[in-house]
Design a protein around this ligand. Structure first.
Ligand code: GLA
Length: 400
């Protein structure tokens, strides 16, 4: 079995506090339910390719060694019980009469997954699912794809649905887009499901082809800094960006499948006639496309400084043209850039709050933490949560 989440890069197993807590809570919440099986799916950070997935472009995320756990046990009475150690509110449902509308609560995600699988569920199938984890929620680290993928994995194993990893992506998307109502791209479930430790995933979102690009963990570290500001994606601004990009694509070339397929020269020609917002969104998308290819070239040439520079340029474009940054995110990028050994930083995920991702030379982590604590506290009166991550081998069942 693969390394436990949070274990070091050599895969040695340490006691996993999240797993112990989950098993303990299971036996006190549902003592009659018998011993559960436990599954894990990681979160992710995205280093390059911001807001490119739903525009058909390339992205460069990696799974991280924190994520969502679920303890699960099948039932034969059609009842679905959903509970969580990290979110409020429980649900008890009938698998044959699942809610048709989201309620704006955390269990919309597992319910969305159950709905996506409704036709494959054996008659009378039910399940008990108790979630836990160590991934900050709504912080741009893909807690939603993580909970969707881990639910699909648990259902597949407990209810003998025989889902392949490729299915997780579509099930997670169907839950998020079709049920919860966030028009996200394909990056998150892919990053959660298909990453490899010690590598960045190179995913081309126009045809779903992917590759694993080595990221030298002895030389560089990946950290995140959390603003502590939470904004719900379902709140609308994210969907608005998706819609603006689709509108721009239709306007420039009605035959293009994605904005990525539009000739950048055509955009430059028409830029001056476009409404202000659409011109700005286009500037971000076309420059980010070019930067992401350059970043890949830099990484493959061993030029981590060149890669990092593209990350920081990406942040400026997200701030100025895509308009998804906030003062707290800008401050984190700015403070990080003063640290000796800093390579690059930008907001990760959708923006509007959540985290920045920082690439830095190995050994500079403590100084990053120190300067961020001090500088952020000075401006916003609180400390940002700074975390460093190892990669993760992906969704799996854990030994209990
Ligand atoms: C969110 C979405 C992703 C992607 C990013 C921005 O995390 O879920 O699909 O669009 O924003 O890169």
């Amino acid at each position: 079995m693969s390394a436990s989440p949070g274990s070091n890069s050599h895969g040695s197993r340490e006691a996993d506090p999240v797993l112990s807590e989950l098993l303990q809570a299971w036996s006190s919440s549902w003592p009659a339910a018998g011993k559960p099986r436990v599954f894990f799916a990681p979160g992710r950070v995205n280093l390059m390719g911001a807001h490119l997935d739903y525009n058909g472009g390339p992205v460069m995320p990696m799974a991280i060694d924190r994520g969502t756990y679920v303890a699960a046990r099948p039932r034969t009475d059609g009842v679905v019980r959903l509970a969580s150690l990290v979110e409020h509110g429980r649900a008890e449902l009938d698998s044959a009469r699942l809610p048709v509308r989201p309620l704006g609560v955390w269990h919309d995600y597992p319910v969305g997954v159950l709905r996506a699988l409704a036709e494959r569920l054996p008659a009378g199938a039910g399940v008990d699912l108790l979630f836990g984890g160590n991934l900050p929620i709504g912080a741009g680290l893909s807690s939603s794809a993580s909970i969707c993928v881990v639910t699909a994995l648990a259902l597949s194993n407990c209810l003998d649905l025989d889902l392949a990893p490729e299915d997780w992506v579509d099930i997670a998307l169907s839950a998020e887009r079709g049920f919860v109502g966030v028009q996200c791209g394909i990056m998150d479930p892919f990053a959660v499901g298909c990453s490899r430790p010690g590598h960045l995933l190179w995913l081309d979102c126009s045809d779903r082809s992917f590759d694993h690009l080595p990221l030298d963990a002895d030389r560089v570290a990946v950290a995140t800094a959390d603003t502590g500001v939470r904004r719900e994606l379902a709140g609308g601004t994210f969907n608005q960006r998706v819609e603006e990009c689709a509108r721009l694509s239709r306007e420039l070339d009605p035959k293009a499948r994605f904005l990525r397929d539009v000739d950048p020269a055509l955009f430059r020609e028409r830029e001056g006639d476009l409404p202000r917002e659409l011109a700005a969104r286009g500037r971000h998308v076309f420059s980010e496309l070019a930067r992401t290819f350059e970043a890949r070239d830099a990484l493959q040439a061993g030029d981590v400084a060149g890669f990092g520079r593209r990350m920081t340029e990406s942040h400026a474009s997200l701030r100025e043209d895509f308009e998804v940054s906030i003062d707290e995110l800008d401050a984190l990028v700015e403070i990080s850039s003063t640290v000796p050994g800093f390579l690059g930083s930008r907001l990760t995920g959708a923006g509007f709050g959540g985290c920045t991702v920082v690439l830095l030379e190995r050994g500079a982590e403590e100084e990053l933490r120190r300067r961020l604590d001090e500088g952020y506290q000075e401006r916003f009166g609180r400390r940002p949560m700074v975390r460093t991550f190892a990669g993760d081998p992906g969704p799996r069942e854990l030994d209990t």
